[in-house]
Design a protein around this ligand. Structure first.
Ligand SMILES: [Zn+2]
Length: 146
């Protein structure tokens, strides 16, 4: 089991480069706050992928963990659940690289204000759309729901 975990955690040079870029902080021009995109760590167990500290990632991006899970499972066409420790368990095998990209896309669309770039936003859900409200510049953006 230990050997298996080691192999799963091993990254190719290109993946390492990609992960280095994934740590590039997102700047908030309104407050100068640097927002570090959390890097995803995964463990493959059988046909499942465990996303470690998923609850913490959702907390860092200030979004509901169930909403973030819903986004990921829809994009991956997988089933998912969150365990008691706050890890996300996905059916199927997915690389940390793929999950990192989806997380960044989620942040760009559903966290960052498209008007001023602030990450101090709230997401309001209605039936067919989401409304992203910026706490820095008060802009409201209507987004497709998922
Ligand atoms: Zn804004």
């Amino acid at each position: 089991m230990k050997e298996l975990l080691k192999r799963v955690r091993g990254y190719s040079y290109e993946e390492l480069l990609d992960r280095a870029f994934s740590r590039i902080p997102v700047r908030d021009p309104s407050k100068g706050v640097v927002f570090e995109v959390p890097s995803i760590e995964t463990i493959a167990v059988g046909t499942k992928t465990i996303v470690k500290s998923f609850r913490n990632i959702a907390h860092v991006v200030s979004r509901d963990e169930k909403l973030l899970m819903k986004y990921l499972v829809k994009e991956l066409a997988a089933a998912g659940s969150i365990d008691e420790a706050g890890n996300l368990i996905l059916s199927g095998r997915f690389s940390a690289q793929v999950l990192d990209k989806l997380l960044r896309r989620f942040i760009d669309t559903y966290v960052k204000c498209p008007t001023c770039g602030s990450i101090h936003t709230v997401l309001e859900k209605s039936k067919k759309t989401f409304k992203l409200k910026c706490l820095a510049c008060s802009a409201e953006t209507t987004l497709p729901s998922f």
